[in-house]
Ligand binder design. Structure first.
Ligand code: SF4
Ligand code: SF4
Length: 106
């Protein structure tokens, strides 16, 4: 028991002072998809290939539903010219609709 307690207290703090201080995620962290639609021809391959059905072409551009996105990165693999996985992890929202973001047409 003494050994266990010594080991437990020996670990020290494993948390970071976020949000008091800014936090930079590790290099391997995958955040939400980001899209730059400049030159996008609206082919729809990204939406068709999304396994969660989270992408859809809308009049304003490309809609991403963060409420169903599984952050798999398939859209970025399908269209690396216009979509990349970002580092944003601050995705809290007050309602379901706020999780739907639209990337404007280029
Ligand atoms: S973002 Fe890429 S895959 Fe998606 S509609 Fe535009 S060109 Fe097609
Ligand atoms: S990361 Fe995966 S689930 Fe999310 S929009 Fe892209 S393809 Fe769809």
């Amino acid at each position: 028991m003494r050994k266990l307690l010594r080991r437990m207290f020996g670990y020290g703090s494993r948390t970071v002072p976020y949000p008091t201080e800014a936090f930079t995620p590790p290099a391997a962290f995958i955040g939400r998809p980001e899209a730059d639609l400049d030159g996008c021809d609206r082919c729809g391959r990204c939406a068709a290939g999304c396994p969660a059905g989270s992408l859809s072409l809308v009049d304003e551009g490309l809609q991403l539903d963060l409420g169903s996105c599984i952050f798999c990165g398939e859209c970025a693999r399908i269209c690396p010219e216009h979509i990349a996985m970002g580092k944003d992890f601050e995705l809290a929202a007050r309602g379901r609709e706020e999780l739907k973001v639209v990337f404007a047409r280029g």
